[in-house]
Ligand binder design. Structure first.
Ligand SMILES: Nc1ncnc2c1ncn2[C@@H]1O[C@H](COP(=O)(O)OP(=O)(O)O)[C@@H](O)[C@H]1O
Ligand SMILES: [Mg+2]
Length: 226
């Protein structure tokens, strides 16, 4: 399994009476893509933080490719995340004054799985595959269009060849044209590379890109209490 959750419960320390997650059982087979929808405040981003080991649940087991994230020491968990998990955020979180190449290179520094460092050639190939022309590689991220920034964010998430990709409402600031282009590109990159994908959004119009579509309210017993 890419993901195996068992009896996962989580609340934020500041809100002891508000449990955000209570997930008895949830799995994602390797190479499968799932769309999880749910309203704002329903716990989607919290779930993704638990899956990537940024948050540790109060109870329960979080296994990613058979490894127990909830039992790993911090340093190993951070290394595991850098080596195996790619993340595309709602806001793209590019460093605005760095160009596309440097933004991607920065992400590749955190991972150590490859013996050789990620080569500039790998980054250029990825940017070319993602339809970002060479004339835009050296512009600071803030000078790129929203659609280009989002494609650089995909490149950054994929440069370390993650087996699991996590996407948190990545289309929310894209116009309809860029949204469709982004989704088509993301889904083709993911299926070409056999990447397992967890994609969350409140936007149900995206569900047709996925064979597996689930409501967070069904996965999560806390789903009804915002
Ligand atoms: N860092 C945080 N500290 C305290 N409460 C939080 C934090 N992040 C989210 N929450 C609360 O947890 C619940 C779920 O939020 P979130 O996971 O961001 O939902 P979604 O991504 O579906 O909009 C909300 O009630 C939210 O207010
Ligand atoms: Mg969110």
């Amino acid at each position: 399994m890419a993901i195996d959750l068992l009896n996962v419960r989580f609340h934020y320390p500041q809100q002891p009476n508000h449990e955000v997650l209570n997930i008895p059982l949830w799995t994602l087979p390797v190479g499968e893509q799932v769309f999880i929808h749910g309203p704002s405040g329903g716990g989607k981003s919290t779930l993704l933080s638990v899956l990537s080991g940024l948050l540790i649940p109060d109870e329960g087991q979080v296994s990613i490719f058979g490894q127990r994230l909830d039992q790993m020491p911090n340093r190993r968990r951070n290394q595991f995340r850098a080596n195996h998990i790619g993340y595309v955020f709602q806001q793209f979180n590019l460093i605005p004054y760095l160009n596309a190449l440097d933004n991607i290179q920065l992400a590749s520094r955190f991972a150590q799985r490859k013996k050789a460092p990620v080569l500039l050639g790998d980054i250029k190939k990825l940017l070319t595959d993602l339809n970002i022309s060479a004339s835009d590689w050296h512009k600071p991220a803030r000078a790129l269009s929203i659609g280009q920034q989002q494609r650089v964010a995909i490149a950054r998430a994929l440069i370390n060849k993650p087996e699991l990709l996590i996407a948190d409402e990545p289309t929310s600031s894209l116009d309809p044209f860029n949204k469709e282009a982004f989704m088509a590109l993301l889904m083709s990159m993911v299926s070409e590379n056999g990447i397992s994908l967890v994609f969350v959004s409140h936007d149900l119009s995206l569900s047709h890109y996925f064979n597996r579509v689930e409501s967070l309210n069904v996965i999560n017993r806390c789903g009804d209490s915002p």
